[in-house]
Ligand binder design. Structure first.
Ligand code: MOS
Length: 790
């Protein structure tokens, strides 16, 4: 694709109704003209119903678990019952002979070394089992019950080793060692990239490449402070509980491998599986048609994917492997648990003088348990330092989970800022207006405060009775991440088909709908006129859906491709209409003369007269206009994504039960592409945040190393009865960075919720909750009450 030459475009920039203006941007010549603000568009920015929504709710949509192929086998995984054991021998011969069993795969040290980056090679043939639920072998059989029976026939001799599942214990020098050497894959929370490691502790990470390193002089900053707040905070492990479990169907054939998989990254699965099996990439096809959530747990390629492929190869038959809920809890990933000590200094007028952050976190046998960058990046503060440590324990690996680290970090930061406001005698919103450089969040605080009724906030513990009500707020920060290589194709066929194609997957967040909107807008059609074919690596490769980057990455590519197709179509139609192509407009399903709208031709009619069967264009996203803006932490804080959330709670001081009655969430995501879907996603973010704040908790037994609540009965997720009423407000915040100026909202939507709830609980009872989750027992504990006692 040629980007020879460039031209200047006048583009909208700023917040609609607040600071919206025009800016001149130098853009590559291949880029479409600037897109008008949403108010002036026909389809983009409108609350279009979800494409495929009917199929999803009627059961017609095919998820990976619905894929049934002729001769398909069912695979099950043998998992360690011990939290730490050497594997002395594995005998699978009885399982292999069992009627109905078609293939058995035993995990060996070789593949573990390949799959787990940085691990020290184990001389033994079998890798040690490092947690309850670690995979040891896999079986493919004609039925699930045969596969389960065969697992029982695999004889494993274990040498049980000392283990540790508690982070505080694991930090002690005499604690059992989780790894002989250094370990393990990154989880994404901003933790230590490598050694040094002492015992089970690795780190500290003191810098973040994205946000620069430590800055200023923290000691000096604290000396200049009139007020200092310091607090220790703990957050629990939250497991991934996607509605759709981890699932894959592998179909190995002589002429290539097809994978149907619930993944956030079809292109990444293709790359990694091809590499692992020595296949050329074009021989591997990855398909994700519909998907029931990933949240970070379906970004990487888990070992189970490799097992399914290997079993299919061995058995010469398609193999389906679907996690049950226990496997989801033990081995599909989780949000690491953390301990944080945060210290903030400020002048009497509120200006921050120093922030110092120390954290220990555990992602089980994985790294990546940092608390993110929110303390570093959200507020203006000249002096900052951090030290973030990873602690290994014998538990299933943590992984990326919706705003990795930042949900935990916000719990500490936003409560500390609340505390600071109280000490300074400044309203928490007024303090943030003083220290938060983001114009978007300033407007969000204003809108939220008005709709929520912030002025009714009272002093802490104002209610006299046993049930105390309170309100609080907190906010989020998220960097705008994009994948510049994200690409797609737009096609016009003479038979009338308008199609957009990309490997990008719709993980449940609605990119299918947004792509239809973008192409429809560009071609003057309705979204239902556009056929969206995605989730297939036979199409141009789209982005992975991680870091909230899907919308910001693929929509500019789609608009570019649609624009190029439109130009080609207009060039064909123009002679017939007797004007140059620049004189033509598309809209309302027609192509017509700018000077004489009555004179024109129907879009379908025009396409039907194409000389070629197909007009097609492939485009990728490319860089942000004006270059990437990652220049300093402060410029990031000013120019990126965020949101402000308000919570109203009641706390029953006799039972310890906290209820969240109402949440107001005000967010920005550049140009909102589909307010209805964004609202739905923010509802999900609030839901997950309330669930994290009050209910979810992975309980590991120190005696056995087992998870005591490895199901969805005892691992409590918030349900409909626990949901607050939620009001969502969006601002339009143009940044003039791409052909659509769109950004994602998935992660910022959940960052602030638990912190807002905690601040509201403080306002209700006058006692700060520093540990999550806020269960009845923990509330009674901080209130100095004993359940059932006086
Ligand atoms: Mo996300 S936690 O980058 O899927």
């Amino acid at each position: 694709m040629s980007t020879l030459g460039s031209r200047t475009e006048r583009m909208p920039i700023g917040i609609v109704g607040v600071s919206q203006r025009q800016i001149d941007r130098e853009v590559p010549a291949s880029e479409p003209p600037a897109l008008a603000p949403n108010a002036d568009l026909a389809v983009v920015g409108k609350p279009i119903p979800r494409v495929g929504g009917r199929a999803m709710v009627t059961g017609a949509a095919r998820y990976t678990v619905d894929v049934k192929l002729p001769g398909m086998l069912i695979a099950r995984i043998l998992r360690s019952p011990h939290p730490h054991a050497r594997i002395l021998s594995v005998s699978a011969s009885a399982a292999e002979r069992y009627p109905g069993v078609r293939a058995v795969h035993v995990v060996t040290a070789m593949e573990t070394r390949a799959a787990v980056r940085g691990a020290t090679a184990t001389p033994a043939a079998f890798p040690p089992a490092l947690y309850v639920g670690a995979s040891l072998a896999a079986v493919a059989a004609t039925t699930r019950s045969i596969a389960d029976e065969a697992l029982r026939l695999i004889e494993v001799k274990y040498e049980v080793l000392p283990f540790v599942v508690d982070m505080d214990e694991a930090r002690r020098r005499e604690a059992p060692s989780v790894f002989e050497g250094a370990g393990q894959q990154a989880g994404g929370g901003g933790a230590a990239p490598g050694p040094p490691q002492v015992g089970n502790v690795r780190g500290p990470a003191t810098t973040n490449s994205f946000y620069g390193g430590p800055r200023g002089n923290v000691e000096q900053g604290f000396r200049e402070a009139g007020v200092i707040v310091e607090g220790e905070f703990r957050t629990q492990v939250q497991t991934h509980c996607c509605l759709e479990p981890h699932a894959v169907v592998a179909d190995w054939r002589d002429d290539g491998l097809t994978l149907y998989i619930s993944t956030q990254d079809t292109a990444g699965v293709r790359k990694d599986v091809a590499a692992a099996f020595g296949l050329p990439r074009e021989k591997v096809r990855v398909i994700t048609e519909f998907m029931g959530g990933g949240f970070g747990s379906k970004l990487g390629v888990g070992d189970y994917v490799m097992f399914a492929v290997e079993l299919s190869r061995k058995a010469s038959a398609p193999v389906s492997l679907i996690f049950d809920r226990e496997e989801e809890q033990l081995a599909s990933g989780n949000r690491p648990g953390t301990w944080q000590r945060l210290r903030i200094g400020a002048r009497r007028d509120g200006a921050l003088t120093a922030i110092s952050l120390l954290s220990y976190g555990t992602a089980g046998i994985a790294a990546g348990a940092g608390v993110g960058n929110i303390a570093q990046a959200m507020y203006d503060c000249p002096n900052f330092e951090m030290a973030q440590y990873d602690v290994f324990v014998n538990a299933g690996p943590g992984c990326a989970m919706r705003a990795p680290g930042n949900v935990q970090g916000a719990f500490a930061l936003e409560q500390s800022v609340d505390e600071l406001a109280e000490k300074l005698g400044i309203d928490p919103i007024a303090l943030r207006d003083r220290i938060d450089p983001s114009a978007a969040r300033r407007e969000e605080r204003r809108i939220g405060a008005a709709h929520f009724g912030w002025s009714r906030r009272r002093l802490p513990a104002a209610d006299a009775g046993p049930v105390k009500r309170g309100i609080g707020m907190a906010q989020s920060f998220w960097p705008g991440i994009v994948q510049t290589s994200a690409s797609c194709e737009v096609r016009l066929q003479r038979d009338g088909l308008v199609e957009v194609r990309s490997s990008v997957q719709d993980i449940g967040t609605g990119i299918r709908t947004v792509l239809a909107q973008v192409v429809a807008e560009e071609l003057g059609l309705r979204p239902e006129d556009v056929s969206v074919r995605i989730g297939d690596t036979n199409f141009p490769l789209g982005p992975s859906s991680g870091g909230s980057k899907t919308t910001g990455s693929i929509t500019p590519a789609a608009r570019k491709a649609a624009y190029q197709v439109r130009q080609a179509l207009l060039a064909e139609v123009a002679p017939e209409l007797g004007v140059p192509p620049e004189e033509l407009i598309v809209g309302h399903g027609r192509i017509f003369l700018r000077a004489n709208p009555a004179h024109g031709i129907g879009f379908r009619q025009a396409v039907g007269r194409l000389k070629k069967d197909v007009i097609s264009a492939v485009a990728d996203r490319g860089d942000n206009y004006g270059g990437f803006r990652v220049t300093s932490p402060m410029s990031l804080a000013r120019e990126n994504l965020g949101g402000v959330q308000f919570a109203e709670v009641s706390v029953d001081t006799e039972t310890g039960i906290v209820r969240v009655a109402h949440v107001v969430a005000v967010h920005d995501c550049g140009r909102p592409m589909n307010p209805r879907q964004i609202e739905s996603q923010i509802h999900g973010g609030v839901l997950m945040g309330v669930s994290f704040a009050l209910y979810e908790d992975r309980i590991l037994d120190r005696q056995s190393g087992r998870m005591l609540n490895a199901d969805l009965e005892h691992y409590k997720l918030a349900g409909p009865r626990e949901m607050p009423s939620i009001d969502v407000f969006l601002i339009e915040n143009y940044q003039a960075i791409s052909a659509t100026d769109a950004c994602g909202v998935a992660e910022p939507a959940t960052i602030a919720t638990a912190a807002a709830v905690a601040n509201a609980v403080y306002n209700a009872v006058g006692v700060r909750i520093r540990n999550l989750p806020m269960t009845p027992a923990s509330i009674l504990d901080v209130l100095g009450r004993v359940p059932g006692g006086g």
